[in-house]
Design a binder for this molecule. Structure first.
Ligand code: PAF
Length: 298
Protein backbone atom coordinates (compact mmCIF):
# COMPACT_ATOMS: atom_id res chain seq x y z
CA UNK A 1 0.00 0.00 0.00
CA UNK A 2 1.93 3.12 -1.16
CA UNK A 3 1.11 6.12 1.04
CA UNK A 4 2.03 9.67 0.09
CA UNK A 5 5.06 9.41 2.34
CA UNK A 6 6.60 6.02 1.64
CA UNK A 7 5.48 2.52 0.63
CA UNK A 8 3.75 0.56 3.40
CA UNK A 9 3.62 -3.22 2.94
CA UNK A 10 1.03 -5.19 4.84
CA UNK A 11 1.72 -8.60 3.35
CA UNK A 12 4.85 -10.54 4.41
CA UNK A 13 5.45 -11.61 0.81
CA UNK A 14 5.28 -8.02 -0.51
CA UNK A 15 7.79 -6.93 2.16
CA UNK A 16 10.11 -9.84 1.37
CA UNK A 17 9.91 -8.98 -2.36
CA UNK A 18 10.69 -5.31 -1.68
CA UNK A 19 13.84 -6.21 0.31
CA UNK A 20 14.94 -8.70 -2.35
CA UNK A 21 14.40 -6.15 -5.10
CA UNK A 22 16.38 -3.53 -3.18
CA UNK A 23 19.34 -5.94 -2.98
CA UNK A 24 18.99 -6.83 -6.67
CA UNK A 25 19.10 -3.10 -7.43
CA UNK A 26 22.44 -2.92 -5.62
CA UNK A 27 21.27 -1.58 -2.25
CA UNK A 28 22.45 -2.68 1.15
CA UNK A 29 19.44 -3.27 3.40
CA UNK A 30 19.12 -1.83 6.89
CA UNK A 31 16.27 -3.01 9.10
CA UNK A 32 14.71 -1.49 12.23
CA UNK A 33 12.05 -3.72 13.85
CA UNK A 34 9.67 -1.76 16.11
CA UNK A 35 6.28 -1.94 17.75
CA UNK A 36 5.46 1.60 16.63
CA UNK A 37 4.74 4.57 18.92
CA UNK A 38 8.04 5.78 17.58
CA UNK A 39 10.11 8.28 19.54
CA UNK A 40 13.46 9.92 18.95
CA UNK A 41 15.23 6.72 20.06
CA UNK A 42 13.62 4.73 17.25
CA UNK A 43 14.29 7.48 14.74
CA UNK A 44 17.96 7.51 15.78
CA UNK A 45 18.03 3.78 14.91
CA UNK A 46 16.55 4.55 11.49
CA UNK A 47 19.06 7.35 10.93
CA UNK A 48 21.93 5.05 11.98
CA UNK A 49 20.64 2.31 9.66
CA UNK A 50 20.53 4.91 6.89
CA UNK A 51 24.17 5.85 7.60
CA UNK A 52 25.14 2.19 7.22
CA UNK A 53 22.82 1.08 4.41
CA UNK A 54 21.26 2.58 1.30
CA UNK A 55 17.76 1.07 1.75
CA UNK A 56 16.17 1.08 5.21
CA UNK A 57 13.03 -0.82 6.14
CA UNK A 58 11.13 -0.29 9.40
CA UNK A 59 8.62 -2.80 10.71
CA UNK A 60 5.74 -1.65 12.89
CA UNK A 61 4.00 -4.55 14.57
CA UNK A 62 2.67 -4.80 18.12
CA UNK A 63 3.61 -8.42 18.63
CA UNK A 64 0.98 -10.20 20.74
CA UNK A 65 3.12 -13.19 21.69
CA UNK A 66 5.59 -11.11 23.70
CA UNK A 67 2.89 -9.76 26.05
CA UNK A 68 1.86 -11.87 29.04
CA UNK A 69 -1.66 -12.09 30.44
CA UNK A 70 -2.45 -8.83 32.25
CA UNK A 71 0.26 -6.91 30.42
CA UNK A 72 -0.36 -3.83 28.26
CA UNK A 73 -1.05 -5.32 24.80
CA UNK A 74 -4.49 -3.70 24.47
CA UNK A 75 -3.40 -0.25 25.62
CA UNK A 76 0.05 -0.23 23.99
CA UNK A 77 0.25 3.19 22.29
CA UNK A 78 -0.55 3.19 18.56
CA UNK A 79 0.42 6.30 16.56
CA UNK A 80 0.67 4.93 13.03
CA UNK A 81 0.28 8.13 10.95
CA UNK A 82 2.85 9.98 13.05
CA UNK A 83 5.17 6.95 12.89
CA UNK A 84 5.09 7.02 9.08
CA UNK A 85 6.03 10.69 9.04
CA UNK A 86 8.91 10.02 11.42
CA UNK A 87 10.16 7.09 9.32
CA UNK A 88 10.04 9.18 6.15
CA UNK A 89 11.88 12.08 7.84
CA UNK A 90 14.56 9.76 9.25
CA UNK A 91 15.27 8.29 5.82
CA UNK A 92 13.38 4.98 5.72
CA UNK A 93 12.60 3.59 2.27
CA UNK A 94 9.58 1.52 3.33
CA UNK A 95 7.51 0.34 6.27
CA UNK A 96 6.26 -3.18 6.93
CA UNK A 97 3.03 -3.08 8.94
CA UNK A 98 1.41 -6.53 8.93
CA UNK A 99 -1.61 -7.55 10.95
CA UNK A 100 -1.44 -10.30 13.58
CA UNK A 101 -3.14 -12.86 11.32
CA UNK A 102 -0.46 -12.57 8.65
CA UNK A 103 2.42 -13.02 11.11
CA UNK A 104 0.59 -15.75 13.06
CA UNK A 105 -1.73 -17.41 10.49
CA UNK A 106 -4.06 -20.18 11.60
CA UNK A 107 -2.13 -23.37 12.27
CA UNK A 108 1.25 -21.74 12.79
CA UNK A 109 2.94 -23.50 15.67
CA UNK A 110 6.64 -22.64 15.70
CA UNK A 111 8.28 -20.83 18.62
CA UNK A 112 11.91 -19.81 19.09
CA UNK A 113 13.35 -20.11 22.60
CA UNK A 114 16.79 -18.85 23.56
CA UNK A 115 18.04 -20.57 26.68
CA UNK A 116 20.40 -19.28 29.36
CA UNK A 117 20.27 -15.60 28.46
CA UNK A 118 16.59 -15.53 29.39
CA UNK A 119 17.02 -17.08 32.86
CA UNK A 120 17.78 -13.77 34.60
CA UNK A 121 16.56 -10.14 34.72
CA UNK A 122 13.22 -9.81 32.84
CA UNK A 123 13.09 -13.53 31.95
CA UNK A 124 11.60 -14.89 35.18
CA UNK A 125 9.40 -11.80 35.70
CA UNK A 126 7.87 -11.96 32.20
CA UNK A 127 7.50 -15.66 31.39
CA UNK A 128 7.19 -16.23 27.63
CA UNK A 129 8.21 -12.66 26.77
CA UNK A 130 11.56 -13.47 25.17
CA UNK A 131 10.12 -16.47 23.37
CA UNK A 132 7.63 -14.07 21.78
CA UNK A 133 10.41 -11.61 20.92
CA UNK A 134 12.75 -14.27 19.48
CA UNK A 135 9.90 -15.79 17.47
CA UNK A 136 8.73 -12.56 15.87
CA UNK A 137 12.25 -11.30 15.20
CA UNK A 138 13.14 -14.64 13.57
CA UNK A 139 10.07 -14.30 11.32
CA UNK A 140 11.02 -10.69 10.50
CA UNK A 141 14.64 -11.63 9.76
CA UNK A 142 13.43 -14.43 7.47
CA UNK A 143 11.45 -11.84 5.49
CA UNK A 144 14.04 -9.04 5.47
CA UNK A 145 16.83 -11.36 4.33
CA UNK A 146 20.49 -10.33 4.45
CA UNK A 147 20.62 -7.01 6.26
CA UNK A 148 21.99 -4.94 9.11
CA UNK A 149 19.39 -4.87 11.92
CA UNK A 150 19.46 -2.22 14.63
CA UNK A 151 18.19 -2.49 18.20
CA UNK A 152 18.42 -0.10 21.15
CA UNK A 153 20.65 -0.98 24.09
CA UNK A 154 17.92 0.10 26.53
CA UNK A 155 16.52 -3.38 25.95
CA UNK A 156 19.90 -4.87 26.69
CA UNK A 157 18.69 -8.40 27.41
CA UNK A 158 16.54 -8.37 24.27
CA UNK A 159 19.59 -7.31 22.25
CA UNK A 160 21.66 -10.18 23.65
CA UNK A 161 18.83 -12.68 23.00
CA UNK A 162 18.45 -11.51 19.39
CA UNK A 163 22.21 -11.61 18.76
CA UNK A 164 22.29 -15.19 20.06
CA UNK A 165 19.21 -16.25 18.08
CA UNK A 166 20.56 -14.76 14.83
CA UNK A 167 23.90 -16.53 15.32
CA UNK A 168 22.37 -19.87 16.34
CA UNK A 169 19.92 -19.94 13.42
CA UNK A 170 22.48 -18.73 10.84
CA UNK A 171 20.48 -15.67 9.84
CA UNK A 172 22.52 -13.56 7.39
CA UNK A 173 21.85 -10.56 9.59
CA UNK A 174 24.34 -8.30 11.34
CA UNK A 175 22.73 -7.35 14.64
CA UNK A 176 23.86 -3.93 15.88
CA UNK A 177 23.14 -2.45 19.32
CA UNK A 178 22.72 1.32 19.45
CA UNK A 179 23.20 3.50 22.57
CA UNK A 180 20.11 4.40 24.58
CA UNK A 181 18.65 7.75 23.59
CA UNK A 182 17.66 9.80 26.63
CA UNK A 183 15.46 12.78 27.50
CA UNK A 184 17.27 15.93 28.68
CA UNK A 185 16.94 14.78 32.32
CA UNK A 186 18.40 11.36 31.47
CA UNK A 187 15.21 9.25 31.35
CA UNK A 188 15.60 6.56 28.69
CA UNK A 189 13.18 7.13 25.82
CA UNK A 190 10.47 4.49 25.74
CA UNK A 191 7.03 4.20 24.20
CA UNK A 192 5.83 3.26 27.71
CA UNK A 193 6.83 6.69 29.09
CA UNK A 194 3.46 7.76 27.63
CA UNK A 195 1.80 5.97 30.60
CA UNK A 196 3.49 8.29 33.14
CA UNK A 197 1.47 11.05 34.84
CA UNK A 198 3.32 14.39 35.11
CA UNK A 199 4.20 13.56 38.73
CA UNK A 200 5.41 10.05 37.88
CA UNK A 201 7.37 11.47 34.98
CA UNK A 202 9.24 13.77 37.38
CA UNK A 203 9.87 10.83 39.72
CA UNK A 204 11.09 8.59 36.90
CA UNK A 205 14.12 10.87 36.55
CA UNK A 206 15.44 9.16 39.68
CA UNK A 207 16.21 6.08 37.57
CA UNK A 208 18.93 7.62 35.36
CA UNK A 209 20.13 9.56 38.39
CA UNK A 210 20.55 6.34 40.37
CA UNK A 211 22.41 4.74 37.45
CA UNK A 212 24.61 7.83 37.16
CA UNK A 213 25.60 7.56 40.83
CA UNK A 214 26.57 3.93 40.25
CA UNK A 215 28.62 4.86 37.17
CA UNK A 216 30.49 7.47 39.21
CA UNK A 217 31.04 5.06 42.09
CA UNK A 218 32.37 2.46 39.65
CA UNK A 219 34.64 5.06 38.04
CA UNK A 220 35.92 5.91 41.53
CA UNK A 221 36.88 2.26 42.02
CA UNK A 222 33.83 0.71 43.71
CA UNK A 223 33.56 -2.97 42.75
CA UNK A 224 31.42 -4.39 45.59
CA UNK A 225 28.18 -5.62 44.03
CA UNK A 226 26.23 -4.81 47.22
CA UNK A 227 27.60 -1.26 47.35
CA UNK A 228 26.69 -0.72 43.69
CA UNK A 229 23.21 -2.25 44.01
CA UNK A 230 21.99 -0.97 47.39
CA UNK A 231 22.22 2.82 46.83
CA UNK A 232 20.70 2.33 43.36
CA UNK A 233 17.82 0.34 44.80
CA UNK A 234 17.29 2.88 47.62
CA UNK A 235 17.04 5.77 45.17
CA UNK A 236 14.60 3.92 42.91
CA UNK A 237 12.52 2.79 45.90
CA UNK A 238 11.73 6.48 46.57
CA UNK A 239 9.62 6.66 43.41
CA UNK A 240 8.72 3.09 42.52
CA UNK A 241 5.70 1.19 43.78
CA UNK A 242 7.47 -2.10 43.05
CA UNK A 243 10.96 -2.97 41.91
CA UNK A 244 11.33 -6.12 39.80
CA UNK A 245 15.11 -6.08 40.06
CA UNK A 246 18.24 -4.04 40.50
CA UNK A 247 20.95 -6.43 39.37
CA UNK A 248 24.62 -6.41 38.53
CA UNK A 249 25.30 -9.09 35.93
CA UNK A 250 27.93 -10.28 33.53
CA UNK A 251 27.36 -8.16 30.38
CA UNK A 252 27.85 -11.12 28.04
CA UNK A 253 26.16 -14.08 29.79
CA UNK A 254 23.74 -11.91 31.84
CA UNK A 255 24.40 -14.18 34.83
CA UNK A 256 23.78 -12.07 37.97
CA UNK A 257 26.71 -11.50 40.31
CA UNK A 258 26.16 -12.43 43.95
CA UNK A 259 25.59 -9.52 46.35
CA UNK A 260 28.71 -10.43 48.31
CA UNK A 261 30.71 -10.62 45.02
CA UNK A 262 32.83 -8.08 43.19
CA UNK A 263 32.38 -6.76 39.67
CA UNK A 264 35.08 -7.04 37.02
CA UNK A 265 36.19 -4.29 34.63
CA UNK A 266 32.81 -4.29 32.90
CA UNK A 267 29.49 -5.13 34.48
CA UNK A 268 25.87 -4.64 33.51
CA UNK A 269 23.77 -2.75 36.05
CA UNK A 270 20.16 -3.29 35.02
CA UNK A 271 16.91 -2.24 36.64
CA UNK A 272 13.20 -2.83 36.11
CA UNK A 273 10.70 -0.97 38.23
CA UNK A 274 7.12 0.12 38.16
CA UNK A 275 6.54 3.88 38.29
CA UNK A 276 2.83 4.75 38.36
CA UNK A 277 1.20 2.91 35.44
CA UNK A 278 4.48 2.17 33.62
CA UNK A 279 6.98 -0.62 34.00
CA UNK A 280 10.31 0.96 33.13
CA UNK A 281 13.64 -0.70 32.38
CA UNK A 282 17.06 0.87 32.06
CA UNK A 283 20.70 -0.15 32.32
CA UNK A 284 24.31 0.91 32.02
CA UNK A 285 27.35 -1.17 31.31
CA UNK A 286 29.67 -0.04 34.10
CA UNK A 287 33.16 0.46 32.77
CA UNK A 288 31.82 1.26 29.30
CA UNK A 289 28.80 3.59 29.26
CA UNK A 290 28.88 7.23 30.36
CA UNK A 291 26.61 8.36 33.21
CA UNK A 292 23.07 8.87 31.88
CA UNK A 293 22.92 12.25 33.65
CA UNK A 294 26.04 14.27 32.88
CA UNK A 295 25.19 16.80 35.59
CA UNK A 296 23.92 14.95 38.61
CA UNK A 297 21.63 16.53 41.16
CA UNK A 298 21.21 15.18 44.66
O1 PAF B 1 11.82 -3.76 21.06
C1 PAF B 1 10.75 -3.88 20.43
O2 PAF B 1 10.11 -2.90 20.03
C2 PAF B 1 10.18 -5.27 20.20
O3 PAF B 1 10.46 -6.11 21.27
C3 PAF B 1 10.66 -5.91 18.87
C4 PAF B 1 12.14 -6.12 18.85
C5 PAF B 1 10.26 -5.00 17.72
C6 PAF B 1 9.97 -7.27 18.68
O4 PAF B 1 8.59 -7.14 18.68
Amino acid sequence: MPTGLLPVYESPKAFQDACEKARRDGHSVGFVPTMGALHAGHLALVAEARRRCSFVAVSIFVNPTQFGPGEDLARYPRTFERDLEGCARAGAACVFAPDAASMYPPGESTRVRVEGLTDSLCGPVRPGHFEGVATIVAKLFALAGPCVALFGRKDFQQLRVIERMARDLFFPVQVVGFPTVREPDGLAMSSRNAYLSPEDRRGAAQIPLALSHAVRAFQAGERSVARLVEPTRARIARISSSIDYVTVADPVSLVPLADHGTAGDRALLAIAARVGAARLIDNVVLGEDPAPCPQEEA
